[in-house]
Design a protein around this ligand. Sequence first.
Ligand SMILES: Cc1cc2nc3c(=O)[nH]c(=O)nc-3n(C[C@H](O)[C@H](O)[C@H](O)COP(=O)(O)OP(=O)(O)OC[C@H]3O[C@@H](n4cnc5c(N)ncnc54)[C@H](O)[C@@H]3O)c2cc1C
Length: 460
Amino acid sequence: MLSRNHYDALVKIVGSDNCYIDQAHRQAYSYDATRQSFEPEAVVFPRNEGDIQQVLRYANQNKIPVVPRGAGSGFTGGSLSVEGGIVLALEKYMNQILEIDLENMLARVQPAVINKELQNAVEAQGLFYPPDPASQEYSTIGGNVSENAGGMRAAKYGITKNYVLALRAVLANGELIRAGKKTIKDVAGFNIAGLLTASEGSLAVITEITLKLIPKPKLALTAMGFFSSVSDAMNATYKSFINGVTPVAMEFLDNLTIRAVESAYKKGLPIDAGALLIAEVDGNTEADIKWQIETVERVFRENGCSAFIIAKNNTERDAIWFARRNASQSLKIYGPTKLNEDITVPRSALPELLKRIALIGEKYDHQIPCFGHTGDGNVHVNVMTNRQDALRYHNAERAIKEIFEAAIELEGTLSGEHGIGVSKAPFMDMAFSQSEMNLFRTIKKALDPNNILNPGKMGL
Ligand SMILES: Cc1cc2nc3c(=O)[nH]c(=O)nc-3n(C[C@H](O)[C@H](O)[C@H](O)COP(=O)(O)OP(=O)(O)OC[C@H]3O[C@@H](n4cnc5c(N)ncnc54)[C@H](O)[C@@H]3O)c2cc1C
């Protein structure tokens, strides 16, 4: 519990309406999508950048941990107060779109703007902000930048980092910095905006974000193909790119996932298919999108696709996407506890990765349904287990470790989207050398010598 002196000091900065130490607030801000719970000692709602500067200056002087928080939708515990201290909850006041600059095609936003609200606002003006995490209805741009969030459109349009032009941020000692410019080109000085992107609240609190926008493509086509084996589907994915098509999305479901969706929703999916792929292409002319989808169909069929369905209208498009959108929640038929990881490998390594995951599942006698973004090599691996069964759960954790080892061996990474937080911190030493970990820790120490910003995360 925060001492009376600290509480009074924080109230002096933000007012008593914006600083809480009661049980209800501490509990409400104690969890995220990992469903782990760590109670902060205080929940503070800064009204503006100045409040954030003062709170950090005070916390730094008194060595109180501070955890910045957007919507708390993280999958790796980034917004959890594992060492107590203050949750800096940005959603109450820091949620304004400050500017949509049509001439320069950019948006300037406060960190707690919801992703979807920004997308709607820019699309109303004919522009497009592509990063679309599945949490877009509630996750914040500040959280997206801090986790470097991706989404379905990453294969063609990239991820959050590809759109961050500039940031304003408050350092641990309360100093305000500006990193980056409104310009597309900027090679003056270190790329601090790049460093803060994906830093999971451990280096600074981001207070304003300038994002690049692009013109919105006018047309799109969606199709679904069925394959007898998951390897065929993975081969078809990377060969589509080689054949000149960069699909907006290329998503897959393996056999276990297809069976789970069919069991839950009875949509007529072929439960014997080894895998299905959903491809979406976009462009500005009918001829362009027609060429793209025909090329995808040809490559799919050359790689063992037995049936290829193109959506003729929005209802059929929604029907195709239904299987993918409902994949995650349908998996509970395989076990009450889901250990969900988001490893990523180069696209051409996907067939080998999926093969190894199947073998690991057999070795530990666990179902491991996989689905996700094959277009960018990002696989959502779901080890279905039972937390109440100690031995089984222990085996599931061993399976996860081996899956990480496989991803790293195949020149991939621990996380394509969800970050490290607390969940994956124990695996950082596996993915990075001692020198690399030392470099991370040196950077952390330079920016936050008292380790007040989101301590206990990322293995730092
Ligand atoms: C159902 C579901 C689907 C999801 N789908 C995807 C997906 O498709 N792609 C994807 O990438 N992620 C996905 N996620 C994960 C999550 O939504 C993202 O990581 C998202 O970017 C987190 O945003 P948030 O506002 O909830 O941040 P929070 O969870 O509140 O915080 C995340 C991290 O950012 C830090 N942070 C937040 N704001 C700031 C700030 N202003 N300054 C400094 N640090 C800050 C926090 O300290 C924490 O470390 C999904 C989550 C759920 C629950």
